[in-house]
Design a protein around this ligand. Structure first.
Ligand SMILES: [Zn+2]
Length: 548
């Protein structure tokens, strides 16, 4: 039996791995190398099956290879070609028709039909023709090698243009940071026989009650009254320290500002790639592990917090990696898997809240870290928890990108429904945690930053910092904990208060500063604290009066 494989037909292999490598090159911060390898193997395996299938029909190795390459190119360029056509319409002034609908299902179906017809037409012409197969094969080999080479060149450029750091410092950051954390002296003292469990629950993008009511028409007072009744302290004037998740969480979990961390350690910590390291391996977990704590975490569906090194990690079940999501979204598979992707994410949010509620006591003390990517978009819950599927493809896009592809009104409606549901759901979760704990735990529920209907991550002038940086921030500190808290506390001080109150940590409290920082260059931070109005005192008074 003759096989279709010959060195001369190398192009189908390269056309199969090109989409995987190019996605990695563009998103190298978010994607783990292991995920790249798995995706490349799967795509390669399926591509070889297609190749063998076509060969079995045509009995011509060159023709089979050429058709396989054309198919792979069209399949993985499906979305990018649609973008190209959409942009062409934009240039022709027809954007009103297309741009508003470019993500809607009907456009995607029409586009699939167009691509299918193109492929069928090409196949028909190609099989009838007497084209020189040797020459086509040679050109396809050259093109595919050039594409792969371009990916490697762009990855190389990314590596040497590391901003303020040298390439060597950039590459060795992870190890140096791990050493830095490992060498940090244990500062906490065991002041109780069994120290309390600590629940650190981040509800991504949960805004402050004045933002919720004034911009979104959502009344969060039931949750706040409930929490007050249970003995929580709700910091009603709280602000985020940073505008986006990666900066915020790496700061909060290391209870310091990133510019101070850089200055203190001599390690330049303000690169996206480094932020993931700062979140995975952080001072909070280190200090608590010194005291014998276990780290419990949850898969979040967000690459920075998806795989926190933990003693126990809970996951809602299988869901695609970021790499797989991007491959799906670029290909026609998006049409068939989008609803499943929404279901997976909904399942993850509900599973995490339920598991937190049911966790119950354990022998060892635990730091339980749950990063819940909600009410952050996608907006998947209506106000009573009913499933809502957006018309966009599955993504964690936010701010200007999301508002641009829908409308500000749609954003506000979607967020309002989702946050209303979560506000109710959190109440159930807290009731569960308190009921199932043998000794009172420490609980923190926090938005890492606020919502984003008026947020341009590149441009402060174009951003409503009051909306983006006023956060929900509530503490259950059993015993005398509340006396250390104040209305304007920001998350950078969260673990300083906890460690000082319960473990004699002796940490100095830091000034509460809110920084705006453009996504592309986290080092260009601007102190915007003074631009954020305080929570309306009149409303606060009426809230306090309504308490039983
Ligand atoms: Zn966030």
């Amino acid at each position: 039996v003759k096989t279709p494989f010959r060195v001369r037909n190398i192009h189908p292999i390269l056309f199969a791995i090109f989409p995987v490598l190019s996605i990695f090159a563009v998103n190298s911060i978010n994607i783990l190398p292991g995920d790249v390898a798995v995706s490349a193997l799967i795509v390669l395996f399926v591509s070889v099956l297609i190749w063998l299938g076509i060969h079995a029909i045509l009995h011509d190795k060159n023709k089979a290879a050429i058709l396989t390459s054309v198919f792979l190119f069209l399949f993985f360029s499906y979305r990018n070609l649609l973008f190209a056509v959409t942009n062409l319409f934009y240039l022709l002034g027809l954007d009103k028709i297309v741009y508003q609908n470019s993500d809607s299902k009907s456009i995607l179906w029409i586009w699939l039909l167009v691509m299918f017809c193109l492929f069928a037409l090409f196949t028909w012409k190609f099989l009838k023709s007497k084209w020189n197969l040797e020459i086509i094969t040679k050109y396809l080999n050259i093109v595919s090698i050039a594409l792969i080479a371009m990916v490697f060149v762009s990855m190389g450029i990314e590596l040497v243009s590391t901003g303020r750091e040298s390439t060597a410092a950039y590459l060795s950051f992870d190890q140096k940071w791990a050493d830095e954390i490992a060498n940090e002296p244990c500062r906490l003292k065991k002041t109780a026989e069994k120290p309390p469990d600590i629940y650190y629950i981040i509800l991504d993008e949960f805004g402050r009650d004045d933002v919720l009511s004034d911009l979104y028409g959502v009344d969060n007072s039931r949750l706040i009254s409930f929490l007050n009744r249970e003995g929580f302290f709700v910091a009603e004037d709280s602000r985020a320290n940073y505008t986006h998740t990666s900066l915020a969480l790496s700061s909060y979990l290391n209870f310091d500002y990133l510019n101070r961390i850089s200055a203190e350690t001599g390690l330049y910590a303000m690169k996206e790639k480094h932020l993931k390291t700062l979140i995975s391996d952080n001072r909070t977990f280190h200090q608590l592990k010194c005291l014998g704590y276990d780290v419990i975490s949850f898969n979040s569906g967000f690459s920075y917090t998806e795989d926190i090194p933990s003693d126990t990690r809970y996951a809602a079940g299988w869901s695609p990696t970021d790499m797989e999501t991007l491959l799906i979204n670029n290909s026609p598979l998006a049409l068939f898997l989008t609803d499943a992707q929404f279901d997976w994410h909904r399942g993850r949010v509900l599973y995490t809240l339920k598991t937190l509620s049911d966790l119950g006591p354990s022998d060892k003390p635990r730091i339980i870290f749950a990063h819940i990517v909600s009410p952050h978009p996608p907006f998947l819950f209506g106000e009573n928890g009913e499933p809502v599927n957006p018309r966009n493809l599955y993504s964690l896009d936010d701010g200007l990108t999301l508002v641009g592809s829908n409308s500000r009104e749609a954003y506000r409606t979607g967020y309002a429904g989702q946050v209303t549901f979560l506000s109710q759901k959190v109440q159930e979760t807290i009731q569960g945690i308190l009921k199932n704990s043998e000794t009172p735990p420490i609980i923190v529920i926090q938005g890492d930053h606020g919502p984003a209907s008026e947020y341009d991550n590149q441009n402060l002038q174009n951003t409503n910092v009051w909306e983006r940086m006023s956060i929900f921030n509530a503490y259950y500190l059993p015993g005398k904990g509340n006396s250390a808290l104040y209305n304007g506390i920001t998350p950078v001080n969260t673990f300083r208060v906890i460690f000082n109150t319960y473990f004699d940590g002796g940490y100095a409290m830091l000034p509460d500063i809110s920084y705006f920082s453009p996504d592309v260059d986290p080092s260009k931070t601007t102190d915007v604290s003074a631009l954020i109005p305080e929570n309306d005192p009149g409303k606060k008074a009426s809230l306090q009066n309504s308490e039983p």
